[in-house]
Each structure stands twice: as C-alpha cells, then as structure tokens.
Write a protein that binds this ligand. Sequence first.
Ligand SMILES: Nc1ncnc2c1ncn2[C@@H]1O[C@H](COP(=O)(O)OP(=O)(O)O)[C@@H](O)[C@H]1O
Ligand SMILES: [Mg+2]
Length: 334
Amino acid sequence: MLDKSIKPSSIVRYLDEFVIGQDEAKRILAVAVYSHYRKIEHARRDAVAVAKSNILLIGPSGTGKTLMCETLSRFLGVPFVTADATSLAQTRWVNDEIEAILQRLLDKADGDLARAERGIVFIDEVDKLKAPTGQARGTSGESVQHALLKIMEGAPVRLRSERYIDTTHVLFICGGAFVGLEAIMSKTHGYGFISVSDEDNQNILDRLNTRVKPTDLFEFGLIPEFTGRLPIVATFQDLTRPMLVRIMVEPRNSLYNQFREILTNEGVELTIDGRVFEQIAELAFEYKTGARSLRGIFEEMMTPILYVVPDRDDVVKVEISSLFREPTFVIGKR
Ligand SMILES: Nc1ncnc2c1ncn2[C@@H]1O[C@H](COP(=O)(O)OP(=O)(O)O)[C@@H](O)[C@H]1O
Ligand SMILES: [Mg+2]
C-alpha cells in the first residue's frame, strides 16, 4: 500500500519542496504518517487490532498547517479532505455534516471505498470546540467533540448513497491556533516532575518541557476522550520575515514562479529585486496572518503590469526594483 521506497526522511524531503520551515512539525508528521500506513499493512496481515494515532497540529493561522497536510496526502497518493469544526458547531445536524465530509472523501477517491477508507481528513479549528461556545442554535462544541470522537475511533458510517464507510483506518488530523494554550502551559510546566542531572541532555529536557500535555488541552476546554484520541501533537511556529521571503521565492509553485510563468506565456521576462520580497514580507508580517496576505499584496503589485503587458508587444522584460516604485518596462524585439 505504502510504496516501499517511502521513508520518513523522503516524506520530509518532499514536504521541503513546498513548505518552508516548520521542520519539527514535518518530522513529527512524517513519522506519524509513515507508522500509520505501516500499521494498516500489518493489521491486515496479522489481524491484530492496533490503536490508531491521530494527529493534532497546533499553530497560528496561515503558517502552513493545511498546506502541509495537502502536500503530504499528494505525496502519499491518498484522498484528502478538509473540514471546519466551526461549521460543524453551527449546524444542528452535526451527524449529517460528518457524513457529508466522509462522502467527499469517497468522491475524492473516485468512489473507490477501499481507497477512501485509508484517506486523510483534516479538521481545522478544533480549538473553537471548547466548552462552552455560547451557541444557542447550533450544536455545542462538546457534542461536536463527541460526534468527531466516534468517527476518529473508527466506526461504520452510513452515507447517503446507502454505502457504509469504515473510518477505522482513516487518519484524522485536527488543527487549531489554540490561543491561550501557552499561558496554560507556562503555568503547569516546569522541571518539577522530573529530576535533572548533569548527564541529561538539555535539548531532550527542553523538548519534554515544551510538549503539549493532554491535561493542557483539557484545561483549554477539550474533553479528555477527544484529546486522548490525538496522542501526536505537532506545533507550528510563527513565520518570520525571512521565512515569508522564502515562501514567495523558493517553493516550486511559489508566487514568484507563478507570475514569471504567466509573463513567460506573454513572451515577457519578469525580474523582481530581492528588496521587493523583503518589503512585501514586512507588510505581511504587520498583518499577522502568517503567509496568507502575501498573495494579495503580490497580486496588487502585479495587476497593473498584467493589465498593460498584453497591449505592448514591444516589451520584452519587466523589472520591479521596489514595491513603492513604478516597474521598468524594457523595450526590445520579441
Ligand atoms: N510554511 C509555509 N510554507 C509555504 N507556504 C506557506 C507556509 N505557511 C503558509 N503558506 C502559504 O499560506 C497559505 C495559507 O496557509 P495554510 O496552510 O492554509 O495555513 P493554516 O492552515 O496554518 O492556517 C498557503 O496556501 C501557502 O501558500
Ligand atoms: Mg488552515
């Protein structure tokens, strides 16, 4: 099922082509996903039930959580769907919504039930399910957690098409920003519970100490059974300005590459000064939406150029030297 050549390290290498930074999260996810699909294979052979380890991704919005899961599923060649916990809490028919999510997974697998049953479901904003939500009409966050718990544990779910989908081997990845969790953690963490000696590796101690504990999530407002189903936790870091710059330039499908491609198709070369990326990163950083605002700023800069270029067959090259200056149109013969 999982290609024999796939190893956690090759998963990370592939992720590196599309996702900037988040090295620790990449490794945790790679190992988790690798073990998950290995376990399924063994479960088949030996018919021994193995507990599934679903994953929780904690980190600010726009730092690559969805992108990472998407990229991962593409590499593994498994069907992938995303859903929003907030919208689950806004409906009174939460089980219908869950059924619809699994139906989408089946659609992504082109109706192949066996493929869908080893797909990945990403549920974002689970931090919004903390109790109480104050939602009068919808379903309370806590009942949504219970409903999700059932399918995360593994259950046959009847779809509208009258078919049953078994979620036992579906990998669930939950995500959320968990604003306020750090305060809870700094309150409860400390070396108090482990004895430290000089021989102990400080890095390992630090890692243990910054680990998100189930009790932290419980105090945050998730029910224990739900956190218990998410034993693997990966934390995503805030993106720095240099990371924002790299995001615009480095990935295979980076914004820079996308717009160069568009202009190449017009027979025009595009060059953008390194300084421009820094200026855009600076603005995006101020917006505090991770990498989300990069595209908008980039599009705004490119729109006047994309408007003019098709009318100008004397232009062979466009140079942008500053976000705050008009671009230079280089004239030549195409
Ligand atoms: N670490 C990253 N590397 C590359 N691109 C990123 C990264 N983080 C965010 N992005 C860009 O920002 C967009 C939004 O990111 P997303 O993965 O949806 O964030 P999240 O799910 O953490 O809120 C993505 O489509 C991607 O273009
Ligand atoms: Mg997201």
